[in-house]
Design a protein around this ligand. Structure first.
Ligand code: DLL
Length: 434
């Protein structure tokens, strides 16, 4: 059984890796400066020119990039290649109605697929495995990311996508899927469905799962491992940087190896922007040193993590990042879908409602639920139940179309939601996911 997908890159010495990273950074900075107006401006404002960047050590001379930059240049303003070189677009939620749009050249798709192929091999994946992909297929990167990774490995991808859980279980059983990829909460739900269908998980061929796209705990890992009788591994990523596979847990289950020859990680103090040493928690920042279409420079992920370069028993020298502990912004991840409270506000305003609302997130069994309580506007209080229900449905439909998630909407009396003297409290999250 092969231990590595790309042994050279995954096991090279730290010095060799720094050399690779330096060469790639120099090229990408040149490309970003020459092709992305926003970067040309930013570099000028910060007083740096591409020529000042000679090695990875110079990275901290460069300015940060944020999700707002992608929003301000929506949809394609930060792409560094002409249209004919793009072969794929994906997108994820932005902070307002606008999505964050990302593009890939053929080379970028290969980089991303190899990231996922490296991950699959690190948990014992081989060409003879069936990889059951239950992440959503579409603009979300989860489905197609693992799908291309499985194919690049030479394994067999089964593109089930999410939903229709009984059918998922039937396929696991009938096809003999070896590895499953989905969100950890969906994995629990599939596990419960296996049990409810009277199937003994020991009779399934399934032996491992790659779970990510949302925060999950060690407790949840144990539960999933028990209910599905598999090994559960963590996989991390974000659309802006590629998608799943930016980092991955190997069989040792002690942090996620970053594919740092393409995605260079830093940890910064979110308040000062200062780079923090290994072992210290702070905001995770990535620079896409190996990508063509969207060469993001020091992109602030808002995820809180820390790095470790301690040797790993798997033999990979790739730096490891800890499971993200939370975020520095207010983004919620509900059933694997990113939701910003500001998007809810945006929807309400577009329906001429006052934006007095409260989002209540809960976990019922293993599934996340979202209720949006909205204050009725003074003066347009309706007293017929029919009118109220119609309005609730209208808001729910608008939320569904903007957020791509179903939410229960409840209209409440004017001025009945708690008011705060400081920051408005927009979210009550009753899930235990920290
Ligand atoms: O969630 C990509 C992905 C798909 C990763 C499938 C893993 C598996 P986005 O929709 O852009 O991309 O959301 C990115 O999700 O900044 C984190 O806050 C969160 N996230 C992703 N993976 C993990 C994880 C995909 N393993 C945002 N643990 C990121 C905790 C995660 N949070």
């Amino acid at each position: 059984m092969a231990n590595y997908f790309n042994e050279k890159m995954e096991t090279m010495s730290r010095d060799e890796m720094a050399q690779v990273q330096s060469e790639r950074l120099v090229k990408m900075v040149e490309r970003a400066y020459n092709n992305v107006p926003l970067y040309r401006e930013r570099f000028k404002e910060s007083g740096v020119e591409p020529g000042d960047i000679k090695s990875i050590e110079d990275l901290n001379k460069l300015p940060f990039t944020t999700k707002d930059d992608l929003r301000d240049t929506y949809p394609f303003g930060m792409f560094a290649v002409p249209k004919e070189e793009l072969i794929r677009i994906h997108a994820s939620s932005g902070t307002t109605g606008k999505q964050t749009v990302v593009g890939y050249t053929r080379h970028d798709i290969d980089v991303w697929a190899e990231s996922c192929a490296r991950a699959l091999v690190s948990i014992g994946g081989t060409r003879s495995d069936y990889v059951h992909v239950s992440y959503g297929y579409g603009l979300f990167t989860g489905g197609l990311g693992l799908h291309y990774g499985a194919e690049m490995l030479g394994a067999t991808a089964i593109p089930v996508s999410s939903g229709n859980t009984k059918r998922q279980v039937q396929i696991l059983k009938d096809y003999g899927s070896d590895i499953i990829c989905c969100t950890p909460s969906y994995a629990m739900f599939i596990g419960e469905t296996v049990r409810d269908m009277g199937i003994d998980p020991k009779t399934l061929k399934l032996r491992a799962g790659y779970f990510g796209a949302e925060a999950w705990t060690e407790n949840m890992r144990r539960e999933i491992e028990k209910i599905l009788d598999i090994k559960a591994y963590d996989i991390y990523g974000l659309s802006e940087i590629a998608g799943p596979g930016v980092s991955f847990e190997c069989w040792d289950q002690t942090g996620m190896h970053v594919n740092e020859d393409w995605f260079y990680p830093e940890i910064i103090d979110p308040d000062t922007g200062r780079v923090l040493p290994d072992g210290q928690y702070g905001e995770l920042v990535f620079t896409c040193i190996g990508k063509e279409a969207l060469p993001l420079v020091r992109y602030r992920t808002r995820d809180i993590s820390c790095l470790s370069r301690k040797p790993c028993p798997c033999g990979r020298t790739l730096v490891k990042m800890a499971k993200p502990k939370g975020r520095t912004d207010d983004m919620l991840i509900i059933r694997g879908i990113n939701v910003f409270p500001s998007q809810v506000e945006h929807v309400l305003l577009s329906l001429n409602m006052d934006p007095n609302y409260l989002i209540v997130v809960d976990r019922v069994g293993t599934l996340d639920t979202m209720e949006v309580q909205v204050e009725m506007t003074q003066g347009v209080i309706s007293d017929t139940v029919r009118d109220i229900e119609a309005m609730e449905h209208k808001i729910a439909a608008a939320l569904q179309s903007t957020l791509n998630i179903s939410a229960k909407v409840r209209l409440v009396e004017p001025k009945s939601l708690p008011r705060s003297e400081g920051k408005a409290i927009r979210v009550i999250d009753n899930r235990d996911i920290k």
